[in-house]
Design a protein around this ligand. Sequence first.
Ligand SMILES: [Zn+2]
Length: 155
Amino acid sequence: MTTPDCYACGQEAGFDDLPPRECVAHDEHWRVAHAFNTAVPGWLVLLPRRHVAAVHELTDAEASALGMWQVTLSRALRSMTGCTKTYVVQFAEAEGFAHVHFHIVPRMADLQPEHRGPGVFELLRRPEQERVSADGADQVARSLRAQLRGRPNAQ
Ligand SMILES: [Zn+2]
């Protein structure tokens, strides 16, 4: 079910020991992680629990859960960050990241015009000093868990 050289599968293989930022929440089909290379607090990545390389390969059960996760996570991010809305984006083109992953990105009211829409990806793959720290991402993860508590799909 896992694929060598796949970052997401590597994390899944160590599931029981993942820090909060790598497993903000999960169900049997999906795992939610905080992006590790972003400058945006709350930039989430929603990953299938098995290696899937294209959206059309998802099962019906995975697809049903996907819709709930996208909306539930968007609500939690809005509660936590006050974002105007969320971006939901799926490409899976970066090397080592062919595993389907949906970016769920809080779109803040003051986001610079050049970073709106596809330009938001300039806030990913940032130099290390600009990124949300591991500790910061763990804190975001704990806050999100509190928002998700009691909701369907929540851990
Ligand atoms: Zn994979």
